[in-house]
Structures are given as C-alpha cells and as structure tokens.
Design a protein around this ligand. Sequence first.
Ligand code: PLP
Length: 416
Amino acid sequence: MPRPIQALIHPAALRHNLARARAHAPDARLLAVVKADAYGHGIERVYPALRGADAFALLDLAEAERLRALGWRGPILLLEGAFEPRDLEAASRLGLWHVIHHEAQIDWLAAHKTDVPQRIFLKLNSGMNRLGFAPQALRGAWARLDALPQVEEISLMSHFADADADAEAEADPHAAGALPPRGIAAACARWLDATAGLPGERSLANSAALLRHGRRPLHQAAAAAGGPRPEAGDAADTLLAADWVRAGLMLYGGSPDHPRRSAADWDLRPAQTLRSRLIAVQDLQPGETVGYGSCYRAARAMRIGIAACGYADGYPRHAPAETEAGAPVLVDGLRTRTVGRVSMDMLAVDLEPLRAAGRPAGVGAEVTLWGEGPGGSRLPIDEVAEACGTVAYELMCALSPRVPVRCLDEDGADPG
Ligand SMILES: *Cc1c(COP(=O)(O)O)cnc(C)c1O
C-alpha cells in the first residue's frame, strides 16, 4: 500500500473562485495568474477549470509552452518579461505578451528580428521597488517603445506593495476625498501622475486589490448580504477594475488579507486539500515529550496520533513545536492541533479533543492538513499558514513532488 498522504485539487472550487474574481471586476478582463505551476496546483490540472479566463499570466517560458500544448490559443503574459534577448524568440514563436520593466529589455526588443509585432506591458515601479520604471522614467520608456516596429501595442501596469495592508497602515487615508483607498494610496497617486495622458490599456489589481478595493456596488451588495464591508472610494473602482485584473491567490481559495478577512468571508473555496492518515498512536504519561528535540512536554496524560505527513511533503517545519497552540489540523473532520516538532515524514497531533467529543481516533483515521475534510469539514490553508508564521502562497507552492495528486471530478466527487 502506498503511503497514505495525498493532495486533492478541486476544479469546482477553481471555477467558483474565478467567478468571484469576475464579480469583483465585471467590466475588466481577467488574467488568471498561474505562475509557479499554478501556485503548486499544476497547470495541467487547473487549466480545464480556469480556461474561462481571458488570459493567463506566468513567468516561465516552459510553463507558457505547457499552456500552449494544452491548446490555449489566447493571450499569455510573461510577468517578468524577457530574462535575456533570446527569450524574445520564444515570445514570438509562442505569441506571448511580455512585461518591459527595465531599459535593457527595450534594447533587446529593438534588436529583435520579427515579422509579428508584439504586445508589451510597460511596468511602473509604484513603490514596491522590485520591478518597473521609476515614475520619472516611464514616459521616456514609453516613447522609445512607441517608436519600435517590433511593438504592436503598449499597455501599462503596476503591482501594489500594500494592497493587503491594514487600514491603519496609512494615516487618514480618505482625507483628500474619494481617492485613494487604504493601503494603496501612495501607489495610486504615483500611478495616476506617471501615466496621465498615456494611451493604452491598464492593469493594476492583484487579488488583494480586487477584493478589497474592487467594485463598490458589489461591495455594498456583499455588505448588505452580511459579507465584508466596502472600504474603497468611488474613483478607486474605475482605477482598480481597469481593463485587466490579475487574480492569483484568490483563484486557489486563499484570502489575501487573512486574518482580517477569511476565505469564507470572501466566499472563496479551497482548491487544494492536503490529507493523510494516522499511522500510529501513543499514550503519553505526564512529563513525557514528543518528537525531535523533545520540544513538547505533556502536562498530563494524553493520547497523540502520528500522521504520515512531514516537511518533505511540503508541510511547514515551522509549525509551533513547544506551545499548547500548535498548528490547526483536522482528524476525522474534528479540529485539533499539532504537537512537537514536524519531522521529515511525520507529525504528531493531539487526540484529546477527539476523545472528549466521544469520537476517539486510531490508526487509519483521516487527517486533513488543510482544505476539505470529511463530512463537510474544512480547514483554511490561511489558518495553517498563520500558525506557522507564513502565508498560504508559500504552503500551496511548497507541495512536494513526492505527494501524489488527484484531481477531483468537476462536481467535486472523489473518483476513488
Ligand atoms: C503573482 C502576481 C499577481 C497575483 O497576485 P495574487 O496576490 O496572487 O493575486 C499579480 N501581478 C503580478 C505582477 C504578480 O507577480
């Protein structure tokens, strides 16, 4: 029998989350971000559910090839553009759109021989200081590109550093009137200033900006229905929902501003489940310890279970080892916590809550590390990430190649 660990991909959840993204920007076109092998879900596995997007965005030429091999004829945007001149050959061959974020990329394009002019996204550095032209350099770059026969169309984009920031992150965010929304005020101001008067389609919003600062009428509808309250100004609606939105995390069911808002608050469903089983049970006497380093010490007699899941499967080794809190986990659908250090192939869970609930668990019990559990139970990946001092993005992407992955049917049924 194979080791009982398994990851599940939920196409129905991907479809649902895609519809949520669209609802937040109904007039915009949607770039589904599938970088890092679709945030660890697998491009081939998510493609049938996400092909309803208007375009895909990723970084890696090999991943773009895989999308083309799946039959995708629509747009694909390379979010970091060319890494070296010959990448432009592949961009031409595969018909890719690409980001231009530094001067050398314009030089490469000027030297690139092609019969088919390319669509490019000129990137503004709006304050993240990772990629993009400084505001004062943007117009010069635009003019250079506009003069190139290799360029068919210039679109404008930027990426927010703080779209998920707390309301308190910026002082008096609404002081100047309707604009700007919280957390992204300075970046929006830079953007409006740097791009004023330049033609071309625009793309700004990631998941956090889309959900938190997207269409106000929808926010109001959501608030009326008991959902998250609106927090953006009117002008922000048109700014952020402009032309192209770039949704990543939310498609996979993560909340970009957890713990402020949960995935359930945003009506997002987990697209990835990591599950395993108990392969052993231990009864501890008071004072006994668990795992490497003997970090966790039982205060009283307790039963623990050993699950077949460790850091070599992608489970975070930084789950709290010593405290009573641990990281959340479900056993047979009931919530409990990890105890002691996570090791390469195993982790320990507290079985006392199950005993207290009159549902003692033994070898073979189902363990849900995150995602959908038995009987309609659910453990948000965001909560596991938070307990381990990281974010859902990292956990999704870290799923190890040794974990067998099964893609569920569209209706969510387990094909067995
Ligand atoms: C990854 C990425 C996104 C998607 O961000 P999410 O927070 O996952 O929605 C959007 N734009 C750019 C440039 C990115 O690199």
